[in-house]
Design a protein around this ligand. Structure first.
Ligand code: GDP
Length: 310
């Protein structure tokens, strides 16, 4: 007899699975291990719905990972090009950056590409809004690097701006948080959960477990029904091949390109190139253009690498 549950975290191959009657610790069953030998992305990760078997000796094993609705996948280092699933079944995923020190626009663009690719609804959350004189102005500036994506200034410390995020953890919904260590993700989780469920940086420093506690991702149920999933320390992640997410994250440039005279315009000195014109008029910043080119080259390189492997 198998029962369903949701993976809250994975620590060295042992899953903490939230089942109807409470959490259980389950190791990986034979079928799951066999699938992982062919494709590492099939390994259970935080947010996955799984089937758990309980054996006569009391041990629990994960026997199946149910199909994912969405998956945040990053490139893994080295020869293996299959990628690593950071989180599964997120309804929305927020790229989290603090207002202070200055938000890293390149990182926002990269992580938004990943979120767009995942199938989850993208958001940008500007944390520590209490540290900026005019957080709304910073949000308006960042709108240019997040076309079509809400940019939400919040302060976990003051409990300000949290309502749009509360809507994302309504019953049945899961919100993922993606961003570097120190951005204020744990503080946000605690604010949404209404209790200190995640150790924040200050606490981690005091108990000396900072390194350990930042290495796992975990799903935290929110009172009322939803859940929030912290992916600690995701600073910069490599993109896999497949450029749909990238095109959506840079929808402004894709839109501009439809105005070029030639459908196959490389924006490299062709006549009547709408992208060049936007760069010259300042409508498109050189920084953003170069960021897009860099990510495109990265994705093209990954595609060639994958083809070479197959
Ligand atoms: P994480 O590493 O992304 O989980 O970040 P933490 O939640 O641990 O926060 C990092 C540091 O920023 C801690 O010292 C927090 O107290 C501080 N911090 C978090 N949220 C806020 C906020 O809204 N305002 C201010 N001023 N500081 C914050």
């Amino acid at each position: 007899d198998h029962r369903p549950g949701r993976v809250a975290r994975v620590d060295r191959g042992v899953c903490t699975v939230l089942c109807a009657d409470g959490p259980v610790r389950a190791s990986l069953g034979g079928t799951v291990l066999a699938a992982a030998a062919r494709d590492l992305t099939t390994l259970p990760c935080a947010g996955d719905w799984v089937l758990v078997a309980t054996w006569p000796d009391g041990r629990h094993t994960v026997e199946a990972v149910l199909p994912r609705r969405t998956a945040l996948v990053r490139r893994t280092a080295g020869k293996d090009a299959s990628g690593q699933v950071l989180a599964a079944n997120l309804d929305a995923a927020a790229v989290v950056e603090p207002v202070h020190p200055e938000p890293d626009t390149g990182r926002i663009e990269r992580l938004l590409s990943l979120v767009h690719e995942s199938g989850a609804q993208p958001l940008v959350v500007l944390t520590k809004a209490d540290l900026a004189a005019d957080p709304e102005a910073i949000a308006r500036q960042l709108a240019a690097v997040a076309p079509g994506v809400p940019v939400l200034p919040v302060s976990a410390e003051r409990g300000a701006g949290l309502d749009p995020l509360r809507a994302q953890v309504a019953p049945g919904r899961t919100l993922g948080l993606l961003g570097p260590s120190g951005a204020g993700k744990s503080s946000l989780v605690n604010a949404l959960a209404g209790a200190v469920v995640m150790p924040t940086q200050a606490i981690r420093r005091v108990d000396g477990k900072g390194r350990h506690t930042t290495t796992w991702r975990s799903l935290v149920p929110v009172p009322g029904g939803g859940a929030v999933l912290d992916t600690p320390g995701v600073r910069a992640v490599g993109l896999l091949d497949g450029s749909a997410g990238l095109d959506r994250a840079f929808a402004d440039i894709a839109d501009l390109a439809t105005g070029c005279r030639y459908a196959d315009c490389a924006h490299d000195g062709e006549p009547a190139c709408a992208v060049r014109e936007a760069l010259e008029s300042g409508d498109l910043s050189t920084r953003r253009w170069e960021s897009w080119r860099r990510l495109q080259r990265e994705v093209a390189f990954e595609s060639r690498r994958r083809e070479a492997r197959l």
